[in-house]
Design a protein around this ligand. Structure first.
Ligand code: SF4
Length: 214
């Protein structure tokens, strides 16, 4: 492994000692619903919505008692509410019919559920089951490419590059760490590079490149 990449890995590892998922959930099913809702939406907003939604609808069986319109109204502020409601209801029916209402711990089975792609499956695998997985969301994608841990404009290729460069035991931790760094420091439009504790190692900052507003 290149020494500069190793330095970045060590620095992130120290900076984010114990990073955690900021979505609130109390079961694997709640986690899945929260992750589906989090697409193009902040965790803060998702937590506001789910804190009400999960009071009554916290299992697939209870969720499917809602009509599409009723669920849309409850999740409207998360954006893309039509598709999100459709996916949550379809995934809930699939969970009941195929998996006895339980969330499967197998990636391909997860990805067969409505609304669950590579990123969502990886978040669930890592967060619910502690399985090594790197979910590349918008923050992980942006930060890892700016730092120089990855070098791709493609999300899936970025995931593969991160899997190659990071020790497997750090995959889960780095997903959370890069999400937090992207959310609070390395923002899309105005990265706080002067205050960033990784700036001495950051490829974009050191090269003085124009920031790409991913
Ligand atoms: S120096 Fe700037 S671009 Fe690099 S990781 Fe920090 S905030 Fe992001």
């Amino acid at each position: 492994m290149k020494s500069d990449v190793l330095e970045i890995i060590n620095a992130v590892n120290v900076l984010y000692e114990n990073p955690k998922c900021e979505l609130m959930f109390s079961s694997n099913y709640e986690l899945l619903v929260a992750v589906i809702l989090s697409a193009q939406c902040t965790d803060k907003r998702v937590n506001q919505v789910t804190s009400e939604l999960f009071k009554e609808y916290n299992t697939p069986e209870k969720m499917i008692t809602l009509s599409q319109d009723e669920l849309e109204n409850k999740i409207r502020s998360c954006g893309f509410f039509h598709n999100k409601a459709k996916h949550i209801l379809e995934a809930s029916r699939d969970l009941i019919e195929k998996f006895n209402g339980e969330i499967p711990s197998d990636k391909e089975k997860l990805k067969a559920l409505a609304g669950v792609g590579e990123k969502t499956a990886n978040v669930v695998l890592a967060t619910a089951f502690g399985e090594p997985a790197i979910a590349v969301d918008t923050h992980v994608f942006r930060v890892s490419n700016r730092l120089g841990l990855a070098n791709s404009k493609d999300v899936f290729k970025t995931q593969k590059q991160l899997e190659k460069v990071l020790p497997k035991e750090l995959w889960i931790k780095f997903h959370y760490a890069l999400v937090l760094h992207g959310r609070y420091v390395c923002k899309s439009q105005n990265p706080n590079c002067k205050e960033c504790k990784l700036n001495k190692l950051c490829k974009f900052y050191q090269k003085g490149d124009k920031y790409v507003s991913w």
